[in-house]
Design a protein around this ligand. Structure first.
Ligand code: ATP
Length: 256
């Protein structure tokens, strides 16, 4: 399937996107070459590819953190600056001197939003990620998984159009990671957020995504985009289905 073929309810499209960095020795490094990708409203797209193929680079461009590229990134509805794009990194990067609640409300505070609506939103988000009881705790009092859930709540604070996640579960142990996968699916069920997820794990991509975009080694291109052959309503049993193993096996092979 062609990742660039027009989708009915596209939120963001990349067309012919290429990126060249200048390395420390002043040599050009072609990181992305001619990337075409459509992301539809409300879908979860996983980006997988060999290390250094430009996954984070593409995510940073979609986030508007890097505007120095060739080609075109277009939005159906222009994102509100600083609000419409939620970013979750591998490390939750919470401020240690702020409580969980005040980490989640950080963006709202920066915009001087002290509205009752803003406060209710933070409460709802803490509930959504299961951290209501820990609202007044400090990051060091939380487990790694809880910290990452707080980071997800913080990224959702503005009700962004899109959630960009760069290996968000990469630093967690396997059991916590599986739990967070189900948390993310539950959050998706309640919010129907569009999510672009960078991962190294073909199983994570299979379990979470609607479609998986496979990138080639640097310079990164989209090699193929595959629809995940599982119902959207996923439970841990899905991991044991034959089509799960088959699909993730196919992705693994495509990465070689
Ligand atoms: N600021 C930079 N200056 C020079 N080269 C860079 C810079 N950032 C990234 N690169 C290069 O661009 C390429 C793509 O990097 P990027 O981090 O996007 O890859 P990735 O697929 O996310 O990697 P990984 O899976 O290892 O996290 C790499 O070769 C990297 O060395």
């Amino acid at each position: 399937m062609d990742g660039g073929s027009a989708r009915t309810n596209t939120l963001v499209s990349a067309r012919g996107v290429s990126k060249t960095y200048t390395a420390a020795n002043r040599q050009p490094v072609l990181a992305l070459s001619d990337v075409d990708l459509d992301v539809a409203q409300g879908e979860i797209v996983a980006l997988i590819g060999p290390s250094g193929c430009g996954k984070s680079t593409l995510l940073r461009m979609i986030a508007g953190l890097d505007n120095d590229y060739d080609g075109e990134l277009s939005w159906t509805r222009a994102p509100r600056p600083g609000k419409d794009i939620g970013f979750v990194f591998q490390e939750p990067a919470l401020l240690p001197w702020r409580t969980v609640e005040r980490n989640v409300s950080m963006g709202l505070e920066a915009q001087r939003d002290r509205s009752a609506e803003g406060k209710a939103r933070v409460r709802n988000l803490l509930e959504l990620v299961g951290l209501t009881e820990f609202a007044r705790s400090f990051p060091k009092e939380l487990s790694g998984g809880m910290r990452q859930r707080a980071a997800i709540a913080r990224a959702l604070a503005y009700d962004p159009q899109i959630l960009l996640m760069d290996e968000p579960f990469g630093a967690l142990d396997a059991i916590t990671r599986d739990r967070l996968h189900d948390d993310l699916l539950r959050i998706w069920e309640q919010t129907h957020k569009t999510i672009v997820l960078v991962t190294h794990s073909v199983e994570e991509a299979t379990y979470l995504a609607d479609r998986v975009a496979v990138m080639s080694a640097r310079p990164g291109r989209i090699k193929a985009v595959h629809q995940v052959p599982l119902d959207r309503d996923r439970t841990p049993e899905a991991r044991r289905l034959p089509q799960f193993a088959e699909f993730s096996g196919m992705l693994r092979q495509e990465l070689q």
